[in-house]
Design a protein around this ligand. Structure first.
Ligand code: FES
Length: 510
């Protein structure tokens, strides 16, 4: 996740991320090597050349059975937490309205702002991944509303966050790096009130509303999504303009205090949590254990932050919904560095690292102690075999009971990989094994009815037709005819392939 886009006049990130980079980036110097956080500069080209873009990352092994349980979604849990958040928002808003003219307006508005401009961030994040609710529409509604509350353009940020997960804290690739080195104290402090990021995000939104898309956004948003970026920016700008006009008409700042300005004066809570995600940790490493942090926090904070304190676990397995992250943590913590035991210890480490990196941008925290026996992968049941003639009309691919109902099995036949799915007892589906977005093994993903979700960026396909159901996947998945004959599964491996429409782009990093 990320924090909110940080815009240091240069780069933004969020998650909880930090923010998506603003239009410009600051070139800094790391040791003798120039460092440029722009997504279109020398560091970007170097990251690609060095194999740091769209690379394979470490993931600890978890049994496929356990992963299917951990990846299960729940409308009930998310609805309860969302209603509770909205009720607190409404209650604090009513209190703030009543407090006008009194001294206690300050704490009342601070609480309202924190719930608006701070607690909206993890809701935005989880719904952006499509993991908070089971229902897609509920995720989309909350994501869009929270995007407005955070001044984030929904489509642009969705693609920004995809890149953040592909290339976490890779300089020149990740648009959501919160602490470009060497960091500046005044910049970090200003971020707690959105004094730099907020105006930069507003200016960017206005430019987008006029159809002027910056190069960084063009780097991670597919071209055919840009008109959507423009229209979303226009709608958000129009709503904000209406609130400003309302305030002017009645000669009172009150409407803006409730809509618009809380994105600024409430962002402190977002930053309070979000800086712990990656602050002070390593750049340009392909191991989330070295650039992402998990922190133990109290239950109130965990509600406000929707368990995103388990941030390392989230980056390792973005398909696991927030309410299962504590269980995931318990499952894999013996493969991970020790978590920080409180916000205090996390901040102590961050401040220590940032102070050292302020003087010497090449300075790094000591490497954490990692278990020597940590296995480096893999998470799907796998069947490997050769068949006599893969081009034959009917190929026996194995026993029908090699897969249980509701499961996915990776099937490698003659060196080619497939995903064999069994959504119901009587229904089998066979698809290509690699996601059309980023070549990730789909068998390590989540099967929900007839929908398979990619474990890397939460893209989804219908396993019966290969139809893309959720971005970032946009290219259909090849599917193959399969039927059960007695106790065997028979498929046509050269059969009903679904060719990708030529009009769609095939950029793997997106
Ligand atoms: Fe990105 Fe599959 S690799 S959605």
């Amino acid at each position: 996740m990320n924090a909110s886009p940080t815009t240091t006049g240069s780069t933004t990130s969020t998650s909880t991320t930090t923010s998506t980079s603003t239009a410009t980036s600051t070139a800094t110097s790391i040791g003798s090597a120039p460092r440029d956080y722009a997504l279109t500069g020398a560091a970007s080209r170097r990251a690609v050349q060095d194999g740091l873009a769209d690379a394979q990352w470490y993931r600890p092994a978890v049994s496929p059975e356990r992963m299917q349980v951990l990846m299960a979604r729940s409308n009930g849990r998310a609805a309860f937490h969302t209603v509770l958040w909205l009720a607190l928002l409404a209650g604090s808003g009513a209190l703030a309205f009543q407090s006008r003219g009194h001294w206690w307006a300050i704490p009342a508005f601070a609480a309202y702002g924190a719930l608006y401009g701070g607690a909206a961030d993890p809701r935005w994040h989880e719904c952006g991944h499509g993991t908070a609710f089971k229902s897609r529409w509920a995720n989309d509604v909350v994501y869009t509303v929270a995007s407005f509350m955070l001044l984030r353009e929904p489509t642009m940020w969705r693609w920004s966050h995809v890149r953040h997960h592909s290339d976490t804290i890779i300089v020149g690739r990740d648009p959501e790096i919160s602490f470009p080195r060497p960091f500046k104290v005044r910049v970090v402090l200003a971020n707690y009130l959105h004094l730099l990021n907020g105006p930069a995000m507003l200016r960017r939104m206005v430019r987008h509303a006029f159809g002027s898309i910056d190069d960084d956004a063009r780097d991670f948003v597919p071209e055919d999504e840009l008109p959507r970026v423009v229209w979303e920016a226009r709608i958000f700008v129009a709503v904000l303009a209406c609130v400003i006009a309302w305030s002017v008409l009645i000669g009172s700042i009150v409407p803006l205090l409730f809509i618009g300005l809380p994105s600024f004066y409430g962002v402190w809570l977002l930053w309070f949590f979000a800086v712990t995600q990656h602050g002070g940790l390593r750049e340009d490493v392909l191991d989330h254990r070295l650039n992402t942090r998990t922190v133990y926090i109290n239950p109130v904070f965990r509600f406000l932050y929707l368990n995103m304190n388990y941030h390392l676990e989230h980056h390792l397995f973005p398909s696991v919904p927030y309410h299962h992250l504590p269980q995931l943590h318990a499952e894999i913590k013996h493969h991970l560095p020790p978590p920080k035991t409180s916000m205090f210890t996390a901040y102590r480490e961050i401040v220590f690292a940032l102070r050292r990196q302020h003087k010497d941008p090449t300075w790094e925290l000591p490497l954490p102690v990692l278990p020597a026996d940590a296995p480096t992968a893999v998470l799907s049941s796998k069947v490997t075999r050769d068949v006599e003639d893969p081009e034959a009309d009917a190929v026996d691919i194995g026993a029908a009971d090699m897969i249980e109902t509701g499961r996915i099995v990776r099937l490698d036949l003659n060196g080619r990989t497939y995903a064999l799915c069994r959504p119901t007892a009587d229904l089998y589906a066979l698809t290509d094994g690699l996601c059309t977005h980023g070549q990730t093994h789909l068998a390590e993903g989540f099967l929900d009815g007839c929908t398979i979700e990619c474990p890397k960026h939460n893209g989804r396909f219908d396993v019966r037709t290969g139809e893309p159901l959720r971005k970032p996947v946009r290219i259909p998945l090849a599917t193959y005819e399969i039927e059960r004959v007695g106790g065997r599964l028979v498929a046509r491996l050269d059969g009903r392939r679904v060719p990708p429409p030529p009009a769609l782009r095939t950029t793997p990093s997106r």
